[in-house]
Design a protein around this ligand. Structure first.
Ligand code: HEC
Ligand code: HEC
Length: 446
């Protein structure tokens, strides 16, 4: 039996189908292994990944172009010093290469790691941010966000919510009003002086649509949203929806060896990558959480016991536990997609791990990883002094937030299995289309 060729322990369902296939055809051993892997993948919702349908209507084309301009335009930031692209750069895996992103003034750090944006426009991505604090329910068209006037069945700011069609669109308008990400501090500029988010958003639209603007934004807004011509009513929802359209189209990826393998090309992945996939599915049980064609279930939040670190006063980050007083979900974060994960180092919500090897070593023995975690050798990567939650009680708190017992016990993967898993994560999951170009230096990537 081929059971251990790729280190697999077949579960009953694929075993049965494997036997049937062996009995009824002249499949080679390699085919049998591939069929077994595919059956398991299908079971976890991993199927051929299709790109979004192309929309060539003039409105859709204008929307993407508008979104592209907004995404790279520092004029959207209060102090005109930073754009979305500074922290989500295509040459840095749509992220910024930093453990914790830098503040708009370049002097401090944010609380979290900038996530990559690959396939961010996927229709299943109804949650945004590591703690899912922006959510959209496509069925009843309800937003849940940090801005109350956008939320619920009868939002106060209906002129904004009626334009936005996804969590991604709603997400895109929040970095603009975050003091440290893009807005700047009161006293710095007119947007930072606004009395609330709604006024700040209005001022941003006013700034970029004034006639003197060389970007000719008004024309683009009118083209993308013909209704804004007659009503002369452009609002931040139009900007968010356009940036969402741009991100959705621009950051798609479905030509990694893994995606080609899932689509039916058995030769797309090497033998070692296939063994690594088998570890991912079976011995590592990674797929229990990293499900679906993007290997990350956007709706599943949980804890994997990541060491907590940050700059004072934000050393502790309880993730979802900080939203709506959901204390039973302390240290829960969203399960990220792993497509192109090799391009988005450092890892986890706070950049605690520098390499994929460090990530898988962590999973292999979470207790040891938490206890031994030492940020000292990496302090120079941060703009400011960062600290780690280090008391035994704090570490225990994090450890016991883990729900998956197999993670608490430790996986016990062998060095060879760790090598294979790493080969799968780096080799098979990287889309050649997105392989990094030489890394630009410094943060001003405008
Ligand atoms: C200063 C760096 C910085 C800037 C500027 C910035 N981001 Fe981000 N972005 C981050 C960080 C950090 C997070 C994670 C924050 C969190 O989860 O709490 C994030 C999260 C996101 C997410 C959520 C992804 C996910 O999987 O949940 C999207 C989408 C995104 N940013 C798009 C944008 C857009 C659009 C802009 C411009 C309007 C922008 N970002 C500006 C750093 C930045
Ligand atoms: C219990 C659910 C669960 C299991 C099992 C699991 N993960 Fe994760 N994974 C997550 C969550 C949640 C995060 C984000 C955690 C955080 O930032 O605190 C994550 C983050 C990651 C990241 C970082 C991605 C990034 O962009 O920063 C990698 C890589 C990863 N997991 C790989 C794996 C591998 C390999 C395995 C199997 C050995 C595995 N995961 C098992 C839930 C899980």
């Amino acid at each position: 039996m081929p059971t251990n060729i790729v280190g697999m322990t077949f579960k009953p369902f694929p075993l049965l189908s494997t036997i049937i296939m062996m009995a009824t055809s002249t499949l080679s051993l390699a085919d049998v292994i591939d069929n077994g892997l595919r059956n398991r993948l299908e079971f976890f919702g991993v199927t051929k990944y299709e790109l979004l349908p192309v929309d060539n209507s003039p409105e859709a084309v204008a929307k993407v172009e508008l979104g592209r301009r907004l995404f790279i335009d520092p004029n959207l930031s209060g102090n005109k010093n930073i754009s979305c692209m500074n922290c989500h750069h295509p040459m840095l895996g749509t992220s910024d290469g930093l453990p914790l992103s830098q503040t708009e003034d370049g002097k401090g750090v944010l609380r979290r790691n900038s996530p990559g944006l690959f396939n961010i426009g996927d229709k299943f991505n109804v949650n945004m941010f590591w703690d899912a604090r922006v959510n959209y329910h496509p069925g009843n068209k309800i937003f849940t966000t940090p801005e109350p006037s956008l939320n619920g069945a009868n939002p106060k700011s209906v002129e904004i919510t009626s334009v936005m069609k996804s969590a991604l669109a709603a997400q895109a308008i929040f970095p603009l009003v975050n003091v440290e990400e893009m807005k700047g501090r009161p006293g710095d500029n007119e947007i930072a002086n606004a009395k609330d988010n709604l006024e700040a958003w209005d001022l941003i639209i006013k700034r970029i649509t004034t006639k003197s603007d060389p970007g000719k934004y008004v024309t683009l807004f009118n083209r993308a949203y013909p209704e804004t011509v007659s009503e002369k009513k452009i609002n931040i929802g139009h900007a968010g929806e356009a940036m969402a359209a741009f991100m959705a189209v621009q950051f798609q990826s479905n030509t990694s060896p893994f995606h080609r393998y899932v689509a039916g090309d058995n030769s797309a992945m090497s033998a070692q990558e296939k063994r690594g996939l088998s570890v991912f599915i079976n011995r590592g049980n990674c797929i229990a959480c990293h499900q679906g064609s993007l290997l990350g279930n956007n709706t599943f939040l949980t804890s994997v016991g990541v060491p907590a670190l940050g700059a004072r006063p934000f050393v502790a980050d309880r993730g979802r536990g900080e939203i709506n007083k959901e204390f039973h979900r302390d240290y829960f974060f969203k399960t990220p997609s792993l497509i192109n994960v090799a391009l988005t180092a450092p890892y986890m919500h706070n950049g605690a791990f520098k390499t994929l090897r460090e990530v898988i070593n962590h999973y292999n023995n979470v207790e040891k990883s938490l206890n031994d975690f030492d940020i000292t050798p990496r302090k120079s990567e941060f703009k400011v002094d960062v600290e780690v939650l280090n008391s035994q009680a704090q570490k225990d708190d994090i450890f016991y937030s883990i729900q998956a017992n197999f993670l608490k016990r430790g996986l016990g993967l062998t060095p060879a299995e760790l090598d294979d898993l790493e080969a799968f994560l780096t080799g098979a999951l990287t889309d050649p289309k997105w392989k990094p170009m030489p890394k630009p230096q410094g943060r001003n990537l405008k």
